[in-house]
Design a protein around this ligand. Structure first.
Ligand SMILES: CC(C)(COP(=O)(O)OP(=O)(O)OC[C@H]1O[C@@H](n2cnc3c(N)ncnc32)[C@H](O)[C@@H]1OP(=O)(O)O)[C@@H](O)C(=O)NCCC(=O)NCCS
Length: 203
């Protein structure tokens, strides 16, 4: 399929590889703030996307609230299929929602539920019975132990760890390298080992 990639920033450079590795073609990039030549692909970045005549799209925006807003904006206008890198391993018993990007060396294990429009970034683990809410970004090397969950629009930072069964609410940020040992309410930021949660509004 011919894909338009929404967003032309840092994440788009990795998503370009993902589209090709998954056996598709890139029609071009759409970005509201930058037009011209995309680096490093040399393809066109436009502020519209219909002229690219793509059959499908994928959202290359790392910020979770912006991902959600963009997804709502595109709803029903273009197909946003799941993209899975050939090096990733996704259980036949897992479910992965539309628009989700599964990058290199990701493992999604049995009975995991991954929402729509999620980034499962390089080398993260979503273990058995985990749940990942819509529009989340699970950053490189993050580990979700068995039965843990994150609500909608969370960023689970690079190399962060959720202990088994721990629930993180919606709209949370778990800092890079944090180890989350107990449940976390909506709208929290967590940092450190063991993870200490505070309201994002208190920062
Ligand atoms: C935790 C985090 C959300 C805090 O962001 P912030 O509020 O902008 O933080 P600041 O950079 O202003 O730092 C505030 C304090 O927290 C500390 N801090 C920042 N990140 C930390 C982390 N991951 N673990 C422990 N402490 C951290 C800083 O050292 C600083 O401490 P100080 O006040 O004693 O100097 C952020 O640093 C982080 O880890 N984000 C995840 C990034 C990531 O993994 N992205 C994935 C990209 S693919």
């Amino acid at each position: 399929m011919r894909f338009v990639i929404f967003g032309a920033g840092g994440h788009s450079r990795e998503v370009a590889d993902l589209v090709i590795a998954a056996g598709h073609e890139i029609a071009g990039f759409q970005d509201d703030q930058f037009t011209g030549e995309h680096r490093p692909t040399g393809l066109v970045v436009t502020d519209g996307w219909r002229e690219l005549e793509a059959e499908a799209g994928t959202i290359a925006i790392g910020d979770t609230a912006a991902r959600d807003a963009f997804y709502q904006r595109l709803a029903g206008q273009i197909a946003l299929p799941v993209l899975v890198h050939p090096s990733a391993c996704v259980s036949v018993y897992a479910r992965v929602g539309d628009g989700t990007q599964v990058m290199q060396n990701v493992v999604v294990n049995s009975a995991a539920l991954v929402g729509v429009n999620v980034i499962l970034n390089v080398g993260c683990l979503v273990a058995h019975d985990c749940a990942v809410g819509d529009h989340c970004h699970i950053a490189p090397g993050a580990i979700m132990s068995g039965g843990s969950s994150v609500g909608e629009r969370c960023l689970l930072g690079s190399a962060a760890v959720l202990l088994p069964g721990v629930s993180v609410g919606a709209d949370c940020v778990v800092g890079a390298g944090a180890v989350v040992t107990r449940d976390v309410p909506d709208g929290s930021v967590v940092r450190g080992v063991p993870g200490r949660a505070e309201s994002r509004g208190d920062r």
